[in-house]
Design a protein around this ligand. Structure first.
Ligand code: 26W
Length: 795
């Protein structure tokens, strides 16, 4: 891009839209116009790429969530114009940093949504014809405020300063039919700019609108609310992202949302294919669809339904669907698995329900003919007990099913989906997750990136992360390690500045930064981390822990608004903070900080500043984790369990460079049946006093009645007595406490030798190549989607 042309485009945008100049524009005006000027620059490539994707076999990624984060800086970097734009702004006394006031697009909850965003980035960069399809929620994931230690939620109106990175495509709108209403799905396209290529991927987000949005007669009769009723009912569908991560609630509006974007995306695919090829006879040759968890699985019966409407018989339509669909499983937590009540599905989308029943009947016939007995069939049939099991329907119809880390895929095969694996072993694959190094290193850690580029001699690692391996030879080079330590210090200082501004808390960058950032969930065990801090606090006070290296424990996490136990854990962290931060004996050694409103932009600051990455889920519960990869890539050691991708991280980077603790999956299988945490609580004095602290009157839980979820007493009880729905200490927090503290203290003491510790961090960074989402996406492309880069397509 020519700088002077860009400068002119920017000036003209600012003049015509806001009658202002680069010097005087408000931050959001500058954001809008910088973005629009770049959009203009890339739009020919965007249009050409869309066309190219359609000219051969392509993949659609259907996902209820895309956690994109802030677009502007990443887009400028990928378009290769970051420095030019920064120069132009500088000439006018402005800077790209000022655009940090603009919202994130938080159209996702956590791992699953962020993975989708990383995948789009990788596919675009690899020239692969993959496009995303989802929902254009008006409100993204809530904003979190911490008030008196409690989480409070506020609406996230992410487009309040406009949405310059989307193009409304009215011409591609489709009608979606429910039993009681018809709604218009209007697509907005966002470019996904590939790095170092002309290929631009596409994210198509559907917005729900009324077919006729205003009832004039009602208005004339004075019924002003009634006049708008249809508009509101339609718009409700894409109004808000459900903030639950890992629990399926079975709500009608959620089902409407799932059907809304699945049906619109399927209709889009069919229309585009017909327009190009005349008929749908070869649809499966040109199209493959990845279902991101079960949320879009309703697309399966919907595609079959639409094909039947196009004149195919059920069997042919089923065969096409079989060839087209694939399903990724992201969790084995029972409460997350979607099972819809048949009566609900039938009442909302009766026409689709008919096809669900037909799929179910076909399954039963199919299994009978294979000689399976009735009981075995009943155990896995998609419709049973008055509910539709979305995962089972997906597995029965799909070509491929995959887990997201080796251990997770093994658990699916051996345990969670054992019967299905026995039936269709050839359908199961593993695709260990990954992250994009463009956002998670090149963009967020320019200092470390510059060092890597200098040592490698070029910036090839940005599209080939395996090149980091070449840097392992510097692991004993004191100059390089010295520089690495200085960079880490800079990033810690930047984080400290951010926390000062975001939370009003001062932290000391000369302490160890021990960071746990992820959604708040019992299985992720933020509570274990909390208890370990109390444990260490008492140890320092009674002298049993000496020479403790000063540590700042940093947490960032959102809890689902209705998840009271998770909210109690947030409050508990605040109480522990008050205790250790104000105690004369510990205040220079321990500090606990909760960073409010953890989101992608905060993550970009946090992942670069960590010395220690906390990945401490109960073995067998975290499907993969991707935060673990982000902290590793930026040079942190993992303090973690043998769970999810941690297993592979340690395989790559060496157990000696990380801190692994706790019971393993196989061990837990033996332990749990007779596990009684009370033994540990009552017989081990150190554990006992930590647990006691939960019910100590010095900690304020806001006065929630002690038998209710949300109180600290109830947290204590869940660890010792269990609750109505689970055994005591279901996640083995008390059981793993001592081995966790031991690993943490070992790490704490190792840190004293700064060079030796930096060496471990460095080697982790050098070993992160496997965790590039480029590797993951290549694997999906070759072994599931069977698509090739558009640049390599035969003519
Ligand atoms: C229906 C409610 C609901 C919403 C979201 C249920 C389940 C989910 C997701 C499957 C939860 C999720 O984000 N899972 C995470 O997916 C990541 C990407 O594969 C993994 O790295 C995480 O381990 C997994 O928890």
């Amino acid at each position: 891009m020519d700088k002077s042309i860009f400068a002119k485009a920017l000036e003209s945008q600012l003049r015509s839209k806001y009658n202002t100049t680069v010097e005087n524009a408000l931050d959001w005006q500058l954001h809008e116009c910088v973005s629009s000027a770049v959009m203009e620059h890339i739009s020919p490539n965007h249009a050409q790429s869309l066309e190219k994707h359609l000219s051969g076999r392509r993949a659609m990624y259907l996902s209820m969530e895309f956690l994109m984060g802030r677009a502007v800086h990443n887009n400028l970097m990928c378009a290769g114009v970051y420095e030019d734009v920064e120069d132009v702004l500088k000439q006018h006394g402005r800077s790209l940093g000022e655009l940090e006031t603009i919202e994130d697009a938080a159209l996702g909850n956590g791992g699953l949504g962020r993975l989708a965003a990383c995948f789009l980035d990788s596919a675009a960069t690899l020239d692969l014809p993959l496009d995303g399809y989802g929902i254009r929620y008006k409100y993204g994931l809530f904003k979190q405020k911490i008030v008196d230690g409690f989480q409070k939620e506020e609406a996230d109106n992410w487009t309040k300063y406009g949405d310059p990175w989307s193009v409304r495509c009215q011409q591609d709108a489709v009608n979606i039919q429910y039993a009681d209403m018809t709604v218009r799905a209007v697509p907005y396209d966002m470019p996904i700019i590939g790095y170092g290529t002309d290929n631009v991927g596409n994210l198509r987000l559907w917005q729900a609108e009324a077919v006729d949005d205003f009832d004039f007669n009602k208005f004339n009769d004075g019924d002003y609310t009634g006049a708008q009723a249809k508009k509101n009912a339609a718009e409700d569908i894409s109004r808000v992202l459900y903030p639950n991560d890992n629990t399926s609630e079975g709500k009608k509006l959620r089902l409407r949302q799932e059907y809304f974007f699945s049906a619109a995306s399927v209709a889009d695919a069919i229309r585009k294919h017909k327009a190009r090829f005349g008929s749908l006879d070869e649809l499966e040759k040109y199209l493959t669809i990845q279902l991101n968890d079960t949320h879009p699985v309703i697309a399966i019966p919907e595609l079959i339904r639409q094909l039947v409407c196009e004149g195919y018989d059920f069997e042919t339509a089923f065969e096409k669907a079989h060839k087209i669909f694939n399903y990724t499983n992201h969790t084995i937590m029972a409460e997350a698995l979607e099972k819809w009540d048949c009566s609900l599905v039938e009442s909302v989308i009766p026409k689709v329900y008919t096809y669900i029943l037909m799929i179910n009947e076909r399954f039963i016939r199919d299994m009978y003919s294979k000689g399976m007995d009735k009981k075995d069939i009943a155990a896995i049939q998609p419709v049973a007990g008055g509910r539709v099991n979305m995962a089972y329907m997906a597995i029965y119809v799909s070509s491929y099913i995959n887990g997201v880390a080796e251990i997770h895929t093994e658990i699916l095969k051996k345990d969670a989906l054992k019967k299905w694996y026995e039936l269709y072993p050839e359908r199961f694959q593993n695709k260990t997750n990954g992250i994009t190094q463009r956002r998670w290193l090149a963009l967020c850690n320019k200092e470390l990136s510059a060092l890597i580029t200098r040592l490698l001699g070029d910036s090839g690692w940005i599209t080939d992360l395996d090149r980091l391996k070449e840097l392992a030879k510097y692991a004993d080079d004191e100059n390089v390690l010295g520089e690495f330590i200085r960079i880490k210090k800079t990033k810690k200082q930047q984080l400290a500045d951010f926390i000062k501004q975001n939370d009003g808390i001062e932290i000391n960058p000369d302490t160890i930064f021990d960071i746990q950032i992820k959604r708040l969930h019992e299985y992720k065990r933020q509570l274990l981390n909390a208890l370990s801090i109390i444990y260490i606090y008492y140890g320092i006070k009674d002298g049993s822990i000496r020479d403790f290296t000063p540590t700042t424990f940093i947490f960032g996490a959102k809890s689902a608004p209705g998840y009271r136990r998770a909210k109690a854990i947030i409050k508990l962290l605040g109480e522990i903070g008050k205790m250790v931060n104000s105690d004369e004996q510990t205040k220079d050694l321990l500090k606990v900080v909760f960073v409010q409103n953890y989101n992608v932009s905060a993550a970009e600051k946090l992942v670069c500043a960590a010395d220690v990455s906390e990945q401490i889920s109960t073995a067998g519960t975290e499907a993969s984790g991707t935060g673990n990869m982000k902290l590793m890539l930026n040079g942190a050691v993992t303090l973690g369990t043998y769970d999810g991708a941690n297993v592979e991280i340690v395989q790559e980077a060496g157990e000696e460079n990380n801190y692994i603790f706790g019971a393993r999956v196989e061990e837990l299988a033996d332990i749990m049946p007779d596990y009684d945490p009370r033994k540990l609580v009552f017989e081990n004095e150190k554990i006992g006093r930590v647990l006691e602290k939960l019910i100590d009157s010095n900690f304020d839980d806001g006065g929630v009645p002690s038998d209710q979820e949300g109180s600290f007493k109830e947290l204590y009880k869940a660890l010792t007595d269990g609750a109505s729905w689970h055994v005591p200490d279901h996640y083995y927090v008390v059981g793993d406490l001592e081995s966790y503290v031991a690993a943490k203290l070992r790490c704490n003491s190792d840190y004293k030798d700064k060079l030796a510790f930096a060496r471990k961090c460095w080697l982790n960074m050098c070993s992160a190549g496997k965790f590039s989402s480029d590797r993951t996406i290549r694997d999906y492309a070759q072994n599931i989607w069977k698509i090739v880069p558009v640049s390599k397509r035969g003519v």
